[in-house]
Design a protein around this ligand. Structure first.
Ligand code: S3P
Length: 174
């Protein structure tokens, strides 16, 4: 596609460990776009890290921050940005049209096994702080797959690809 037809933003969705942040930074770098992470906006607005938000306000409170972050981005009329989102952004129906308005939405898909490997060494995800994070990822994928599909313009299966390969695929698709 020619440069003039490029959507002004790229939005990355997918489960924890799908590579949204890593890939998003690479895509932003290669296209000369800025990089935005909805989780970072939430942390900044709330003044505390994500596990503390979950502890103090529950998942419902966190989801309210998440929708507010999307609305904030739309109001600021960001352009030429790659926007990485939290894995649960699709769980609120009102977020889906907001994602589409923000830009071209790419779903980074990976099997639960891959997601588990990629998230095994991080401790900043409250939903995975339990005895069976692999099972949690399986359940979340089952619960959210239809929503990711509905919300996205494109799905990329990332299991056997490096972050650079995925980033190339994203950049080429828009
Ligand atoms: C969540 C994913 C996290 C973060 C929060 C909840 C989810 O973002 O928003 O811990 O519900 O899947 P990442 O997908 O960037 O890890």
């Amino acid at each position: 596609p020619s440069t003039s037809r490029r959507p002004s933003n790229i939005v990355l969705i997918g489960l924890m460990g799908s590579g949204k942040t890593t890939v998003g930074k690479l895509v932003a770098h290669s296209l000369g776009f800025s990089f935005i992470d909805t989780d970072e906006i939430i942390v900044k607005n709330a003044g505390k890290p994500i596990p503390d938000i979950f502890a103090a306000e529950g998942e419902t409170g966190f989801r309210q921050h998440e929708t507010a972050a999307l609305q904030q981005l739309l109001n600021q009329l960001q352009q030429h940005a790659v926007i990485a989102t939290g894995g649960g952004i699709v769980t609120r129906p009102e977020n889906l049209p907001l994602l589409k308005q923000l830009g071209y939405v790419v779903w980074l898909y990976a099997t639960p096994n891959t997601l588990h490997h990629r998230t095994a060494h991080s401790d900043d995800r409250p939903l995975l702080r339990n005895a069976d994070p692999a099972g949690t990822l399986r359940n979340l994928l089952e619960a959210r797959a239809d929503l990711y599909k509905l919300a996205s313009d494109l799905k990329i299966t990332t299991d056997d690809l490096s972050a650079h390969d995925v980033a190339y695929g994203v950049s080429e698709s828009v």
